[in-house]
Ligand binder design. Structure first.
Ligand SMILES: Cc1ncc(COP(=O)(O)O)c(C=O)c1O
Length: 465
C-alpha cells in the first residue's frame, strides 16, 4: 500500500505539466461570483509546489489510500480544465438556455451553441446535427428504437452485432418485442465482423445497421468506413456507438458515411450524465423521439439542457481534439510496455485483434486462475474483469464468448484501461504486482500443479456431482 501512495504522488507532476502547458484556466466569467471562484482556482493551480489536483481530483480520504486507476473504459477523471469551464454555470450563469426573452437565457444559450460546435468539430459534423442527451446509453436507445419506429410501415429489420454494448443489445430486444426482426452478426476470433456476412444479412426491409467503432471490453476496432460504404450503397441508415472511439481514434462522419453516432462525455475526461447523438441532415434521418415535451433539440430530445454539463462536454471535445496525437503517443507507449510486461508471463493471451485495436484497452487472460480472484488480490489497482463489467453477476463475458473463448478463459480475463493521466510509474507497478500475484494464485491452484507436471488437462475426464 505504501508503494501505491508514492506512485499516485508521482502522477501529479505530469498532470501539472500538462495543465500548465495548456494554460489551464480560462478568462474569468462575466458573473462576479463565478469570476472570484475561477480566479481562486487559477491562483491555486499556479502556486509553486501546490498540490494541483486538490480541487479537481478530490481524494476521498474516507476510503483510505486509493488504488491506481486503470479502468479508463468505465470512466475517465474529469480534466481540471473542463471543470474550470463548468464552474461559472453553477454560480453566476444560471439562466435557462431556452429562455429567449432575457439576457440570462441568451448568455447560456450562446455557450451551449459554442459547445455544440466543439462536439461537431471533433467528428466532422455540422453543429445542427448534434443533439445533446444524457450520455451514450440514451443516444443508443434513441437510434435503435427511434429510427425503426419511424419507418415501421415499410421497414421491419435491423442488423447489429453480438459484441455491442448492453444498451444496444437490450434496445434491440425491446424492438423484437414490438415485432421487428433483428440480425445479430457473429464476430471472428479477433472480434471483427465479416463484411460479407453483413451484406448477406441485408434485406429489402432493413432500415438500420448498428455497429460500434471500438469495443469497450477488448478495444477491437471494427471496419467502420467499409460498413458505412455498404450501408450507403444499400440505402440503409448506419448508426455507430462511438462512446469508446470518439477522441481516441480519428472519426469523421462524412468520410465514414455514418448517419447516426452515439457519444459519451465521461469517456473523454468530461463530466458524467451528458453525451450526444449525431443525426445526419443530408440525406435526412428521421426518428421517433423517446423523450417528448417542450420540443427542444429539434424535437428529438425534449427537456431543459444542462449548461454546466454541456459546456464541460464541449471543452472536453476541444481538448481531446487538440491533444489527440499527444494522448495517442502517450497511451500507445504505455500500452506496449504493459502488454510486453504481461504477455511475457507464460499462459497469458491478449484477447481480440492484435492489429485492429485501440491501444488504451488491453484485455488479457491469465490461464489457471479466476479473474475474480485476481481482482481480489489486486485491491491496490482499480481494474475490471472481462467477466463482470456490465453487471453485478459473475457471468462470463458475452463478448469473449462471441470470440469463441470458453468459460475458463472468459473467467480468467482482466481489462486494463490506460488513459491520459496514466503514468510510467503506475504501469511499472502494475506489471510487477500482476506478475507476483498471478504466480501466487497459480501456486494455490491444483490445475496449475497438474500443468506443471505436464498433464494435458484436456485429457482428463472430470466427474460431475
Ligand atoms: C461502448 C459503450 N456504449 C455505451 C456506453 C454507455 O455510455 P454512458 O455511460 O454515457 O451512458 C458505454 C459505457 O460504458 C460504452 O462503453
Amino acid at each position: 500500500m505504501h508503494c501505491v501512495k508514492n506512485i499516485i504522488k508521482v502522477s501529479r507532476p505530469l498532470i501539472q505539466k500538462r495543465l500548465l502547458n495548456n494554460s489551464a484556466v480560462n478568462p474569468a466569467t462575466s458573473a462576479s461570483a463565478a469570476s472570484t471562484i475561477s480566479n481562486k482556482i487559477k491562483e491555486e493551480l499556479h502556486k509553486p509546489g501546490q498540490d494541483i489536483i486538490k480541487n479537481a481530483f478530490q481524494v476521498n480520504q474516507d476510503n483510505g489510500t486509493r488504488p491506481i486507476y486503470l479502468d479508463a473504459q468505465a470512466t475517465t477523471p474529469t480534466d481540471p480544465r473542463v471543470l474550470d469551464v463548468m464552474l461559472k454555470f453553477y454560480t453566476g450563469l444560471y439562466g435557462n438556455p431556452h429562455s429567449n426573452t432575457h439576457a440570462y437565457g441568451w448568455e447560456t444559450d450562446k455557450e451551449i451553441e459554442k459547445s455544440r460546435k466543439q462536439v461537431a468539430d471533433l467528428i466532422g459534423a455540422d453543429p445542427k446535427e448534434i443533439i445533446f442527451t444524457s450520455g451514450a446509453t440514451e443516444s443508443n436507445n434513441m437510434a435503435i428504437k427511434g429510427v425503426p419506429r419511424f419507418y415501421n410501415k415499410t421497414k421491419k429489420h435491423i442488423i447489429t452485432s453480438k459484441t455491442e454494448h448492453k444498451c444496444i443489445l437490450d434496445s434491440a430486444r425491446h424492438l423484437q418485442d414490438e415485432g421487428f426482426d433483428v440480425t445479430y452478426l457473429s464476430v471472428n476470433e479477433d472480434g471483427l465482423i465479416d463484411l460479407e456476412e453483413l451484406e448477406k444479412a441485408i434485406r429489402k426491409d432493413t432500415v438500420l445497421v448498428s455497429i460500434m467503432a471500438v469495443n469497450n471490453e477488448i478495444g477491437v476496432i471494427q471496419p467502420i468506413e467499409e460498413i458505412g460504404k455498404i450501408c450507403r450503397k444499400n440505402k440503409i441508415f448506419f448508426h455507430s456507438d462511438c462512446a469508446q472511439a470518439v477522441g481516441k481514434i480519428p472519426i469523421d462522419v462524412n468520410k465514414m458515411n455514418i448517419d447516426l453516432m452515439s457519444i459519451s462525455s465521461h469517456k473523454i475526461y468530461g463530466p458524467k450524465g451528458v453525451g450526444a447523438i449525431y443525426v445526419r441532415r443530408r440525406p435526412r434521418v428521421r426518428m421517433d423521439p423517446i423523450i417528448t415535451g417542450g420540443g427542444q433539440e429539434r424535437g428529438l430530445r425534449s427537456g431543459t439542457l444542462s449548461p454546466p454539463l454541456i459546456t464541460g462536454f464541449g471543452e472536453a471535445c476541444r481538448i481531446i481534439k487538440e491533444d489527440m496525437s499527444y494522448d495517442q503517443k502517450h497511451i500507445e507507449r504505455l500500452s506496449k510496455k504493459l502488454m510486453d510486461g504481461l504477455l511475457s508471463m507464460e499462459h497469458t493471451q491478449l484477447n481480440g485483434s492484435k492489429q485492429h485495436r485501440y491501444a488504451g484497452c488491453v484485455n488479457v487472460s491469465f490461464a489457471y486462475i479466476e479473474g475474480e480472484s485476481l481482482l481480489m488480490a489486486l485491491k491496490d489497482i482499480a481494474l475490471s474483469s472481462g467477466s463482470a463489467c456490465t453487471s453485478a453477476s459473475l457471468e462470463p463475458s458475452y463478448v469473449l464468448h462471441a470470440l469463441g473463448a470458453d468459460d475458463a478463459l472468459a473467467h480468467s480475463s482482466i481489462r486494463f484501461g490506460i488513459g491520459r493521466f496514466t503514468t510510467d510509474e503506475e504501469i511499472d507497478y502494475v506489471i510487477k504486482a500482476i506478475n507476483e500475484r498471478v504466480e501466487f494464485l497459480r501456486e494455490l491452484s491444483p490445475l496449475w500443479e497438474m500443468v506443471k507436471e505436464g498433464i494435458d488437462l484436456n485429457s482428463i475426464e472430470w466427474s460431475g456431482h
